[in-house]
Design a protein around this ligand. Structure first.
Ligand code: C5P
Length: 219
């Protein structure tokens, strides 16, 4: 059976990560969280004191970095940053480096290489629009702002201490605004994406829905 490229985009807290992970393991595909790449770059820039808006410096940093992502671990230059990149500080740093067009070009190239052979579920913001405009399946997941903030506040993988939903909501709204309004590959649903609102849907139901779409595109 053809091994597909499945693109899952949407804002944070829409449920992309959980759905992408379950989908990949059900299909025996590779799961790639492209956001983790931007996060790892943001982490290294902060560590090395590189200004997040200095495009030349961040480009040089990315070019000399080896980012490795698998289902459970994210490393940059061999450092395990799996947990360190899930903090409010790195949320901001990742969104800042993701605004830099030449940084995106390099990471998009790497994402394309990772998905070139198919058999991949890749999640992010621009997978169906820029990275794989010809993806076999494109899903755009969204949910209400309140629900996304609630999920993020309860996400134990996302550290930085317990946070009130209202505080998380403010940070999330600001990051969404940055992602949606940037010039380079803003967050937007591809015209041919299937849009799924996950506000009141259990994850299992979303996975079933996407599996149905995948099956139809395989037949
Ligand atoms: O998905 P996640 O929240 O981990 O992504 C962190 C940040 O990386 C996003 O806020 C966004 O600015 C950026 N990103 C991106 N394009 C992607 C994935 C993530 O610009 N494909």
């Amino acid at each position: 059976m053809k091994r597909l490229v499945i693109a899952i985009d949407g804002p944070s807290g829409a449920g992309k990560g959980t759905v992408a992970r379950v989908l990949a393991s059900t299909l025996g595909y590779r799961h790639i969280d492209s956001g983790a790449m931007y996060r790892a770059v943001g982490w290294k820039a902060l560590r090395d004191g590189v200004a997040l808006d200095d495009e030349d410096a961040v480009v040089a940093l990315v070019e000399s970095s080896v980012v490795h992502i698998d289902t459970t671990t994210v490393t940059i230059d061999g450092h395990d940053v799996t947990r360190a990149i899930r903090t409010p500080q790195i949320d901001k740093a990742a969104a800042a480096v993701a605004r830099l067009p030449r940084v995106r070009v390099i990471l998009v190239d790497r994402q394309r290489a990772l998905g070139a052979a198919g058999g991949v579920v890749m999640e992010g913001r621009d997978i169906g629009t820029v990275v794989f405009p010809l993806a076999d399946v494109k899903i755009y997941m969204d949910a209400s702002e309140e629900e996304r903030a609630r999920r993020r506040a309860n996400d134990s993988a996302h550290s930085g201490g317990p946070k009130a939903v209202a505080e998380v909501a403010t940070l999330l709204t600001e990051r969404d605004r940055l992602d949606r309004t940037r010039t380079a590959s803003p967050l937007v649903a591809a015209p041919d994406a299937v849009v799924i609102d996950t506000t009141d849907k259990p994850i299992d139901a979303v996975v079933e829905e996407v599996l149905g779409i995948v099956k139809r595109s395989q037949s």
